[in-house]
Design a protein around this ligand. Structure first.
Ligand code: ADP
Length: 326
């Protein structure tokens, strides 16, 4: 028997990169051993910042493919698309009634989004955390794996639950716990900014070995190390950071020593990293190619997930509507 239910959602961003893998997918796979997991592709959330939905379907497909190839087991875990369970929109509306507007506009993530794009502050963007709260509580999640940046959102969700239960004098919604998870912040190949698709500083899991190597060879290393004969500093090198994730302890120790005394150059160090990434993701890529042979099967998995998700969702909504008196 499992220790409770975990919920996590991610926007459909297409082919996943090393940041997604180390920061999310790897945990998703591991948590399946101990928890009932509900993993949601949050397409409605994606709409808040999208001008066009042209790529929505392929991005959803590609992300699902990566999740499944990485080891998410759809027979055990519920994997589905957010909009396929419209109950979440209904719950979002009810939760919005117990949410003071100021609480939303005070959230650091909201302020950051406004800074980034001051001309496109739509109503949905303000309500993003309410929809997120609806997702989590609709499935009666006990735990939500979150990194530091999402902690205020989870705290908001917990307050939402308390306000709702208090206002309607009920216990219909349950307060999710934060499952503090080690989320490494993976830097991009520029070595400075967070790895991300929009910055085009990412390395995709599904790349060919050649593409992967090409990408790794362009990585920025210790900026102080100008010549092959200069000693390097692994502590400030993003190639070394990735070695920590994909290289054996023995090789890692060796690189650490040799870099500092210019025994190994950046080119050789990168070649090692590329080789290790490629061998690490070889089984993933094989599974992905196999799954990609039957696209219909991927959509069937998502449909089946939605059926199971809707069952839980509707049961929650029956309680919610009754509590409100609707
Ligand atoms: P979302 O808006 O759904 O978080 P992202 O594609 O930005 O969409 O992220 C999906 C998941 O991957 C999130 O859990 C996020 O924390 C993780 N992630 C994305 N980029 C990185 C990165 N560079 N380092 C660590 N984790 C990352």
């Amino acid at each position: 028997t499992k220790k409770g239910r975990v919920f996590s959602g991610a926007r459909p961003t297409g082919r996943q990169h090393l940041g997604n893998y180390l920061g999310a997918i790897k945990n998703y796979v591991a948590m399946q051993d101990d928890y009932d997991c509900v993993y949601c592709i949050v397409d409605v959330h994606a709409l808040t910042t999208m001008d066009t939905t042209m790529e929505l379907r392929t991005n959803t497909y590609d992300m699902a493919l990566d999740w499944l190839a990485a080891g998410i087991r759809p027979e055990e875990s519920i994997v589905f698309i957010q909009s396929h369970v419209p109950q979440v929109m209904e719950l979002h509306t009810y939760l919005s009634m117990v949410t003071p507007l100021g609480k939303l506009t005070d959230l650091p993530t909201f302020k950051e989004k406004v800074r980034q794009n001051p001309n496109n502050v739509n109503y949905g963007l303000v309500g993003y955390p309410v929809l997120m709260a609806a997702d989590i509580v609709l499935y009666k999640a006990d735990y939500v794996p979150v990194g530091i940046d999402q902690a205020p959102h989870l705290e908001f969700t917990r307050e939402c639950v308390r306000s709702f239960n208090y206002r309607y004098n009920c216990k219909a919604l349950i307060e999710p716990q934060m499952k503090a998870t080690e989320f490494p912040k993976v830097l991009g190949i520029d070595g400075v900014q967070k790895m991300g698709k929009s910055l085009n500083n990412h390395i995709e899991l599904a790349s060919t070995p050649e593409e992967t190597a090409k990408r790794v060879m362009t990585m920025v290393t210790d900026p102080q190390r100008l010549r092959r004969t200069d000693p390097g500093n692994p502590d400030v090198c993003n190639v070394f950071s990735l070695h920590k994730m994909f290289t054996s302890a023995e090789d890692l120790a060796n690189i650490n020593v040799e870099c500092r005394r210019a025994g190994i150059g950046c080119v050789d160090c990168k070649k090692k990293l590329a080789a290790n990434l490629n061998s690490h993701f070889e089984p993933f890529r094989a599974r992905r190619a196999e799954l990609d042979q039957k696209p219909d099967h991927i959509w069937e998995i998502l449909d089946d997930g939605a059926i199971r998700a809707r069952k839980i969702a509707e049961a929650t909504m029956v309680e919610v509507r009754e509590a409100i008196g609707l």
